[in-house]
Structures are given as structure tokens and as C-alpha cells.
Design a protein around this ligand. Structure first.
Ligand code: 16G
Ligand code: MG
Length: 545
């Protein structure tokens, strides 16, 4: 086909570095930006095929999230705004790694396997973060789309969840909202204002939030959005990208991993603060107390606050809808215990990675999912949305039920259900705290986190570790799980697991116990077991103290 000859010529302008092998990982391709030009062109090709296959608009986001500025990455967004399906992740890996002269064959294989009608129209939405490499890399994506005759729309600088939102709006013919950034701000801010409208006399202090924008796209977008909030939320924006480097000593990942406030921000005791990551799909909250001690409120604390709020509203509304919280093995044991035993909410555990949580959450009427690291959102089934809508419009029910239904309806509208979204999560949390008249300290005391520690171990090949039971148990190498079980027995309220990272060449170790010393000691001992039984390389792990 003539078309294919043309692709061959165009792809030569985006050559693949010899010998480079990359994997479509937990959240797409991610590596040093210098190695990604060919990947971007090819993802433009693949998104076009995916669009032809699904007969819908597909999204491509150029970002490396919380990675350093010099990295970049790309992820594909499926028609309803969710992450691309697993089969196509494999296509992505194959296309990315085909040698230059084999590219057409790889492309044709996918077309054949998926029985794609090449005369079908294709539409691709493209977005990018603020990295200096993002401009030329997103151009390479656009080149790939046009090489296969697809139409594209370049949204330019947007957060990852904004691009997911656009794709969903487009494919639902505007039912989800208008597919513009303006439409995004209007939808979510209006819902926020509706939610907080009857909260009794919030003071300026209660309306105030200190935000760390990680020097990234989230900061730009919050600035654009501010006027829509009509001073109902007053944000002091720090790390807005005007001076500091992206994700450098700031952002959600830094705060969560270092368990300390970001630089570039002055926190007064008790003040409510939050941090976004580099593409604004993650958020964590925190404050320092009067003694200067730092307190982190992570994804588990958010899931608890949100699910408690929703469960109360469902009860008040008299709606019999099944609510569940989806977590990963990293969820603090205290949060799981509180949810199951005090809140009596169903809790499910899945493998790490947003897509896994998202899929499990879809099984419920109301599925609240959060990773401890701050990725998360809430999904409402179609039936649940309809029941809530009906009740909100029913003038025959009593005031209490109707009020709860109206609050639920606005809550649905403040949530970006396509994917975890720092901006939308922030508005939701702010609204709940306002409605409940709750301070961040009061939120924090709902339950007390068990002390925990995360470590990394370098091994020759991390694939020797295979896990089961949502990554909570290691199946291989032989003897490792027994060793972990025996170590855990030595401590109180202890739990530990190991898993190969999906984003770094390391094995991750998690441990929690009744004291920080015990959690640290257990994490160290488990690291040693990994090092010895799973082919550790370099120096043996050293104790933390
Ligand atoms: C990616 C995932 C995140 C997960 C993390 C685990 C998305 C959008 N992001 O960042 O959910 O927590 O990987 O990394 O799915 P790890 O496998 O290196 O521990
Ligand atoms: Mg991110």
C-alpha cells in the first residue's frame, strides 16, 4: 500500500536508537526524554489504530509524572477516559521495540490481529506537561497520527486527568461535560460551589488552602481555574513553576516518600496544605502541629474521609447502594482495620497501579479507590447515578432524604471519574471538610497510622520475584515467603511484603509494625532476606539505625 511506504519514510525521521528496548509499564513508557522521539511517533500510529478499532477518540498524554525534569513518557487513554486495555499495552511494547526496518511488519501484525478497518476515521487527542522536552515529543505524536491519516486535536498544556476528561466528554457526546479546559473548570467548580453553598459561615481560614504545585502543570491549571472558584476556596499557590525545577524537592511523591514538607513553602502550624505531582493525577495532604511535627494525610486517609462521607449520605438518602473501598497492599493496616471494623465498609485489595484499582471499583455501585501514594477517585455505576438523580428530583420525599440526594448529586459532579485527579480530589476533600466543619487535625485523628517503612533492594533480575494475593505474598523464589512470615512473627501488629517495581529496576519492601523502630527493623530484615534469596547485587542492605 502506498500509505505504508509513506509511513516508512516518515518514521525514518523519528529513528529508533539501536538496541533500545522499552516496556509499556504500569503507567506507559517512561525514560530519559532523549530516548523517546521514536516512541512518541509510534504511539501516534498506535493511537490512530486504536481509534479506528474502537471507532472513538483516543487520548495520548506526554508526561513523566513525578520523574525528574530530564525524563519524559507517554500513556494512552481509552474511549471512556480509562487507561488503555492490557492487550494494547502489549501492542505498544511490540511497536516500540520493532527495529526500523521491521516497523511496517509490526504495524501490519496489529492491524491483522485486531481486524482493523483501515478506512475507518480516526481521532486522537494529545496533551502534554510542562517539561522542556514535551513540545517536540508531542509533535512527534501528532506526526504519527497524521502519518496514518488520523485527525488530531492538540490540547497543548493540560494535566493528565484533564486529557482523560476530554476524551470521555468527546466520546459521550458532551454528556460528561464540554471537552475544553473551560468546560472542565466550569463542571468541577460549579459542583464545588453548590456543595459548599450551605455550609455555615466558613471563615477565611477555613477557606484557605496552601498548595504545592510541584513546579508543574497542576500549578498552571490551578491558576487558570481560580476565578471559577469565586473565593469559596482561596489557594496560596507555591512551587508554581516560576522559579523552581519540576518535582525537585517538592510535589506529592517527594512529600510522601520523604515524609516532610516540600521546600519553597512556608507552613504555619495547623494550616491545611496539599501537594500535587508533576502531572496532577496525585495529591497528598499534610500539616505541621504546634510542636512542629509533620503529619501526612495520604490516599488512605482520603479514601476513609470520602467513603465515610458517602456512606453517611447514602444512609440519609435511604438508598441501598453497595459501596466499597479499593486499596493496595500499601494501604496502612490501620486504615483497612478502621474501614472494615468501625465503618463496616467492604474493602478490596488489588495489585499496584491505577488501572487495577479502577477495574475493581467498577464492580460496585459506589467504588472509592485510592493508592496510599495519593492516586485515586470514586466511581459511580450508571444505576447508582440514576437512582441518585431520581431521588434528587423527587419532590415527594422528605427534606432529609432529598438534601442528601442533592449533596450526592453534586458530589458526583465534583469527581473526575475517568481517573484519579489531584484538582478534582482537592475540590472533593475541601468540600467534605467544609460540609463536616472539620479541621485537618480532626480528619487526621479518625484513625492513627501504623508506623511503616519502605525500602528498595537491588537484585540481578527482579522478575525472580513472583507474587500472589494482590502482591501480598511471594510465590518465588523458594523460601522467601517463609522467611518473611517468620520475621513478621517477631513483631507486634506487623505486616510485610515484597514486590518487583513496575517502574524502577528494584524490588520494593514494605513493613509496618506497632513502633517505628520495629517497622524499620522488620523492613531491614526483610530486605536482607530478599538480598540473600532473590539474587541481591551490590552491598548488603544496612540497618537503618
Ligand atoms: C505508577 C502507577 C502508580 C503506582 C506506581 C507503582 C499509574 C498512573 N501510576 O506510577 O499507580 O503506584 O506506578 O510504582 O498507574 P512501582 O511499581 O515502581 O512501585
Ligand atoms: Mg502522576
Amino acid at each position: 500500500m502506498a500509505e505504508f511506504q509513506e509511513i516508512s519514510k516518515l518514521s525514518a525521521l523519528h529513528p529508533k536508537p539501536a538496541g533500545l528496548v522499552l516496556q509499556y509499564g504500569t503507567s506507559g513508557f517512561r525514560t530519559n526524554a532523549k530516548q523517546l522521539d521514536h516512541i512518541m511517533f509510534r504511539m501516534g500510529l498506535l493511537a490512530t489504530l486504536r481509534s479506528k478499532k474502537t471507532k472513538a477518540t483516543i487520548g495520548v498524554m506526554v508526561t513523566a509524572s513525578h520523574n525528574p525534569e530530564e525524563d519524559n513518557g507517554v500513556k494512552l487513554v481509552d474511549p471512556m477516559g480509562e487507561m488503555v486495555t492490557q492487550d494494547w499495552e502489549e501492542h505498544a511494547t511490540q511497536l516500540a521495540n520493532a527495529d526500523q526496518e521491521d516497523l511496517l511488519t509490526a504495524l501490519k501484525n496489529i492491524i491483522e490481529k485486531e481486524a482493523i478497518n483501515m478506512s475507518q476515521e480516526a481521532n486522537v487527542f494529545v496533551g502534554k506537561d510542562t517539561r522542556s522536552s514535551s513540545a517536540s515529543l508531542s509533535q512527534a505524536v501528532l506526526d504519527g497520527v497524521s502519518a496514518l491519516g488520523g485527525h488530531s486535536k492538540d490540547y497543548g498544556l493540560v494535566t493528565t486527568p484533564q486529557l482523560h476528561y476530554m476524551v470521555c466528554c468527546q466520546n459521550t457526546q458532551g454528556k460528561y461535560g464540554e471537552a475544553t479546559v473551560e468546560g472542565y473548570y466550569t463542571k468541577f467548580c460549579q459542583a464545588f460551589i453548590q456543595l459548599t453553598k450551605n455550609t455555615s459561615n466558613r471563615t477565611d481560614d477555613q477557606k484557605h488552602l496552601c498548595l504545592d504545585g510541584a513546579n508543574g502543570i497542576g500549578a498552571l491549571k490551578v491558576r487558570e481555574m481560580e476565578s471559577h472558584l469565586k473565593k469559596e476556596l482561596q489557594i496560596s499557590l507555591n512551587n508554581d513553576g516560576s522559579k523552581g525545577r519540576l518535582n525537585h524537592q517538592c510535589g506529592a511523591d517527594y512529600v510522601k516518600v520523604q515524609q516532610k514538607p516540600p521546600t519553597g513553602i512556608k507552613i504555619n502550624p495547623g494550616e491545611r496544605c496539599c501537594s500535587f505531582d508533576g502531572d496532577a493525577d496525585r495529591i497528598v495532604y499534610y500539616y505541621t502541629d504546634s510542636e512542629g511535627t509533620f503529619h501526612l494525610l495520604d490516599g488512605d486517609k482520603m479514601a476513609t474521609l470520602i467513603s465515610t462521607f458517602l456512606k453517611e449520605l447514602l444512609t440519609q438518602a435511604g438508598l441501598d447502594l453497595k459501596i466499597a473501598v479499593v486499596q493496595t497492599a500499601y494501604a496502612n493496616g490501620s486504615s483497612t482495620h478502621y474501614l472494615e471494623n468501625t465503618m463496616k465498609v467492604l474493602v478490596r485489595c488489588t495489585k499496584t497501579g491505577v488501572k487495577h484499582l479502577h477495574h475493581v471499583a467498577q464492580e460496585f455501585d459506589v467504588g472509592v479507590y485510592f493508592e496510599a501514594n495519593g492516586h485515586g477517585t470514586v466511581l459511580f455505576s450508571k444505576a447508582a447515578e440514576e437512582k441518585i438523580q431520581q431521588l434528587a428530583e423527587d419532590t415527594n420525599v422528605n427534606d432529609k432524604r432529598r438534601k442528601a440526594a442533592l449533596l450526592l448529586r453534586n458530589t458526583i459532579n465534583v469527581i473526575n471519574q475517568t481517573v484519579g485527579d489531584a484538582i478534582s480530589d482537592m475540590l472533593l476533600i475541601e468540600a467534605i471538610l467544609a460540609i463536616k466543619g472539620m479541621t485537618i487535625q480532626q480528619w487526621d485523628t479518625i484513625y492513627t497510622d501504623l508506623p511503616n517503612r519502605q525500602l528498595k533492594v537491588k537484585v540481578a533480575d527482579r522478575r525472580v520475584i513472583d507474587t500472589t494475593d494482590a502482591e501480598r505474598r511471594a510465590v518465588t523464589p523458594a523460601g522467601l515467603q517463609e522467611a518473611i512470615d517468620n520475621l513478621v512473627k517477631k513483631y507486634r501488629q506487623a505486616r510485610s511484603f515484597v514486590r518487583p517495581s513496575g517502574t524502577e529496576d528494584v524490588v520494593r519492601v514494605y513493613a509496618e509494625a506497632d513502633t517505628q523502630e520495629s517497622a524499620d527493623a522488620l523492613a531491614h530484615e526483610v530486605s536482607l532476606a530478599v538480598y540473600r534469596l532473590a539474587g541481591g547485587v551490590g552491598d548488603e542492605p544496612k540497618p537503618l539505625h
